[in-house]
Design a binder for this molecule. Sequence first.
Ligand code: ADP
Ligand code: MG
Length: 721
Amino acid sequence: MKRKDEKVMSEKFNVADIFGENVFNDTVMKERLPKNVYKNLKLAIAGVQELNITDADVIANAMKNWAIEKGATHYTHWFQPLTGTTAEKHDSFISAPNENGKVLMEFSGKELIKGEPDASSFPSGGLRATFEARGYTAWDCTSPAFVREGAQGATLCIPTAFCSYTGEALDQKTPLLRSTDAINEQALRILRLMGNTTSKKVTPSVGAEQEYFIVDREKYLQRKDLIFSGRTLFGAMPPKGQELDDHYFGSIRERIAAFMKDINEELWKLGVSAKTQHNEVAPAQHELAPIYAQCNIATDNNQLMMEVMKKVAYRHGLVCLLHEKPFAGVNGSGKHNNWSITTDDGINLLEPGKTPHENIQFLLVLGAVMKAVDKHADLLRESASDVGNDHRLGANEAPPAIISMFLGEQLEDVVMQLIDKGDATSSIQKGKLKTGASTLPDLNKDATDRNRTSPFAFTGNKFEFRMVGSSDSIAPANVVLNTIVAESFKEIADQLDGVENFDMAVHDLIKKLFTDHHRIVFNGNGYSDAWVEEAERRGLPNIKSMVDAIPALTTPKAVKLFESFGVFTEAELKSRAEIKYEAYAKAINIEAKTMIDMAGKQIIPSVISYTTELANSVLTVKEAGADASVQADLLAEVSGYLKDMKAAYTKLIDVTAKAADVTDITEQAKYFRDEVKTTMDELRAPADKLEMIVDKEFWPFPSYGAVSYTHLRAHETRGNL
Ligand code: ADP
Ligand code: MG
């Protein structure tokens, strides 16, 4: 039998033909819906009017027929509860059998619009204690339905929001949609003030670059830490890590290439515009980036991308690790959230043009973003916090935990002209890049170089927020971005509304925004210790852990911000904070228990066997009259680490058990960070030392080297790595 990756390589297909073939997109709607229903649906998508139930019935029927033609037997409301992944409950289309025992395939408008999964098992952070346990999923008609193919056959997936009985958001999508409304309204006010009378809608555009690791499934299955916690909890560095920089942008190995090809094909069918792929810095690390889309769709698409990656990996005998730090000692994975603001008639509000110093609207928007990021740095930081990301943010790896903004040489110069001279009269222009070879053309240079160490970097016509974790939803980051910028826009619009000398007022306001918030701009090396000190002098927050970041959600500043734009109520914010503390405590608890299991049942017994063998060797060699000092030394060394390990193991069992006594969830999360996590480190240290000296034959699971050389199949590394 041919393996899947071999089969795929010989297949040819036309991307344009398959792109979006499993999506109930505009073309399909136009084809299959009566004109007036189509028109009403478009108005609903634009947020102009609500859909009536008669139209919904027609749409549901068309959707069902289309899905059945694609082989679908079931439909599901596809939603994003606060578990970090997506959820779905499948219903088949069949009706109750009639008197002849036949069934019909049915799907009503009511079923399309509203679902009622049992909400009681999803995290609600206390919302459930005060309110009803019922949960509703509501169709988000702005994100197209799609048919997903899998082992269970084909399923019609309907993107939905998930709310409680009393309308509290229990998911990622609801606040995201609310925040896009907020920024739309306020951005339009700015545009009108600037004389724009044509744009009707403003939406945030988002492109999320997804990093991931890919490992051999057979080796993965031999490591409980990967299975239970998604990351390695033990592991000595292999002889070769990422120090040669030979993996980054390296040629993609065949086995990985076959996997990537399959992912692209699946995503294209689902209308996800997978665009760029390359090897990342660490061995076995890769990246996939789509073409940007409007915020809500980009967020759904990123969830789909993660699902598809995992599924396709499985088919290739691989496992996709989305954890932020699967391996210590090499880079972890993040998600670069590229963000800009675009009007329905194609204007990008973050496009500086060739001469940004003359582009008043751009400068005003830039000032607004500067203010927003400076004022709410704590919220942005929080939005990117998840358990895995604690291993990256602030850990001298991309990016630092301090929020700062990179503008680049050209914009920084314009900003400084305004601050220092009161006027900006020039923009540094891009030059030519001399290639120095007669057969190569000289290239136009961008006006600004890149800065890879900034967490929030201006990259030409968008900002790139680089803090989000690879496994996390991008929704929270975009909720914060949209809302804080909406607030800035509102304050600006309030100030400029009805002023006498508009030009002068705008000019002064831009200057004031730049002057007041310039402290957030930093163009230097964000990884340096000097920056940490400098940031402290500037009064910028440096929030080093998730547990310390969570309180930002419920400060009076945050409550006022989110309530005034109808994005979150205070109760919703509190519930989210609670869910995050809980998630943290649970994740560390699982990690600790996994370590206890691996240490107690695998490592310690294996090392004991090894010491026994060493001891026997010492005796035998001595008996034979030869020098056994090497064996004896090794035995002493191994026994020493074994003792350390046993002590830390016993302590970890003890501190983990005591966590249950800490009943306050915030305190419990802190306890896990300060007591449990530190003890986990104590247990890991001697174990990793042992891995380096214990005979490979005795070590109970595959090494870092074996796991991260993914292009080698299990049988190829067995006995070697
Ligand atoms: P790099 O890795 O150099 O940052 P990529 O091309 O890999 O660049 O990724 C850039 C991402 O930014 C892509 O997803 C792209 O679609 C997205 N992007 C480009 N322009 C915009 C924009 N105006 N708004 C939001 N995202 C954008
Ligand atoms: Mg990037």
